[in-house]
Design a binder for this molecule. Sequence first.
Ligand code: SF4
Ligand code: SF4
Length: 402
Amino acid sequence: MRPAASNLGDEVVLEAQALQQLLEVLSGRGYQVVGPTLRQGSLVYDRLSSLDDLPRGWGDQQEGGFFRLRPLNEPALFGYGVGQKSWKEFLYPPRRRLWPARQEAHGLQILPPGEDAVKFAFIGVHPCDLHAIAVQDKVFLEGPYLDLHYQARRQSAFILAVNCGHACGTGFCVSMGTGPRASSGFDLALTEILAEARHYLVVTVGSEKGRQVISQLPHRRAQAQELEAAAKVVAQAAGQMGRSLDTTEIKALLYRNYDNPRWDQVAARCLTCGNCTLVCPTCFCHTVEDTSGLTGEQAERWRRWDVCYTVDFSYLHGGSIRATPRSRYRQWLTHKLATWIDQFGVSGCVGCGRCITWCPVAIDITAEVRAIREGERSGARGQGPGARGQGAGISKGTDKSN
Ligand code: SF4
Ligand code: SF4
């Protein structure tokens, strides 16, 4: 296959085995290549050293509170949905040392964090996760406070997206407008096609970085029937979507239903374990912890992920303002789908379905919103004033109706 000139927006074809070369090109350009791989019966994102590390021939089965790998009857490299981990683990790590400090004669000396600059290449980012990265960009890069660590990792990252060929069991990206086809936010986006004894990738060039990488690989312009095959793959995934979330006037709906009895019903099931926040690719709340050595000569400040389901999270001068599971679940869901829009201008939910799959009691955000909508229609709104849900996330909005 002879190389063809490629421009942004071009769609080209790579044979599947050229992915090995792609990984090598990215490594050669100084990227730490990270992608999906199998570990202990699960799908995780980790370092890839070769094409053999991808979960070839494996897919997944997901339902509320249920995830299993399943063998496919074809050697697909990207035949899986999203796993429990997301790319935020790399851009916004679960634990990060903000600074070390040393006691000097003149007082405490705060030192730089001493981190290595890491340039990640993310392989196999699903469209919903591209949207999740864009949501975290708004949080860390576009607000009043810039997160320099996130910025450094984000700006240097290379993103190879993968359009979905089958729907995740719990995802609802179509109704959130976030999938199953990648529309922006990638350097390259591929659709994997196995048909008529061929295994190839239709690749969209999304950035100058992507163009440079593809120019080092054997490729050619996609032909009409190949583009048609790629469109069919994505349409099939859209058609399989088993869940949806009606976002019509969602903010007003949730603000009106602050006292809907449905919150009590979901609270009776919710374990307040926080799994849903940890797996969510957009959740960003964290806490800060200081530690010191026994001699008192060194200290460190660490940032670690926190979850809004703990009593401590909303502890303010003498008590927790969200003392009950009801108020904490309501806070999480209302933040995702309503107050997040006030804070950042976008929904905090991209419809990836992780919170449904990894909830130990299978609480389903789509079912909860539906129940609130239907409950309101049947007059179960409760007595709450319209907009008491304002304020969320790190800002820890007040909630007196525990
Ligand atoms: S909704 Fe599910 S995952 Fe989230 S805190 Fe409750 S029990 Fe845990
Ligand atoms: S709230 Fe649930 S479905 Fe929405 S982005 Fe977070 S984990 Fe995915």
